[in-house]
Design a protein around this ligand. Sequence first.
Ligand SMILES: NC(=O)c1ccc[n+]([C@@H]2O[C@H](COP(=O)([O-])OP(=O)(O)OC[C@H]3O[C@@H](n4cnc5c(N)ncnc54)[C@H](OP(=O)(O)O)[C@@H]3O)[C@@H](O)[C@H]2O)c1
Length: 237
Amino acid sequence: MEELARELNRVAATLHHPERPFVTVSYAQSIDGSIATRRRRPLPISGPGAMRMTHGLRALHDGILVGIETVLADDPQLSVRLVEGPHPQPVVLDTRLRTPLEARLLKGENGRPWLVGAMENPQDKVKAITAAGADVLPCRREENNGRLDLTQTLRLLHKRGIRRLMVEGGARVITSFVRAQLVDLFIITIAPKLVGGLQVMTAPPNGSEAPMALTEIHYDRLEDDLVLWARPDWRDP
Ligand SMILES: NC(=O)c1ccc[n+]([C@@H]2O[C@H](COP(=O)([O-])OP(=O)(O)OC[C@H]3O[C@@H](n4cnc5c(N)ncnc54)[C@H](OP(=O)(O)O)[C@@H]3O)[C@@H](O)[C@H]2O)c1
């Protein structure tokens, strides 16, 4: 963990994006690339050491972002509990404000979550979720697929002081960040399990058949798991 933390601090210090945070994508997968069951049921994929590492990584970021399907499937708290450290600001990509009013995130110890939603959400919906404990950040949608525009999302987060963002999932959110080339560092825990479940990449990373390469690759063993950290190589393969 110390070496990984040093590397994260080093890369984050050398990369300066004027209008967006430094983005780490971090998730746990089985050796067949699954991050959950096929029915999106939560699955303890990695071991306790990797779980502690994840909490340690959260504490090194100002914000932690997931997609609404992860909130609906896992009801996560997105806080730092297994190690000492500050809680990052929770952020959910939630176009239509589907976050349940009883979600644990709304009652959590790490402040009011920010729900990034579409511009056109009705005021009564915004009021209800605001009263339940979240702040809504209206955001533009992409013209081609109607999804929240990630460049604008990151700009909104940067304006609110987020300088390091950890993107934890799920599959569709990770795929969108990769396809938009908005990732600075990958930290991937690979557990020696076969799941045959929800694949982390829901579409080709480049929009073509060509695989995307990683560079500056490090591997570390953590109990039975393998932790890989690397930078994306956006050049054409
Ligand atoms: N193993 C791990 O490390 C790990 C970590 C996290 C999650 N998970 C698992 O991942 C599963 C959920 O993954 P998922 O792929 O179904 O959903 P997801 O990535 O959590 O959420 C996807 C949803 O986010 C919203 N969204 C808004 N803007 C988006 C954008 N630009 N790109 C992508 N999504 C956008 C969309 O819903 P709206 O249109 O309604 O906004 C979209 O359907 C769960 O089973 C969870 O357990 C595993």
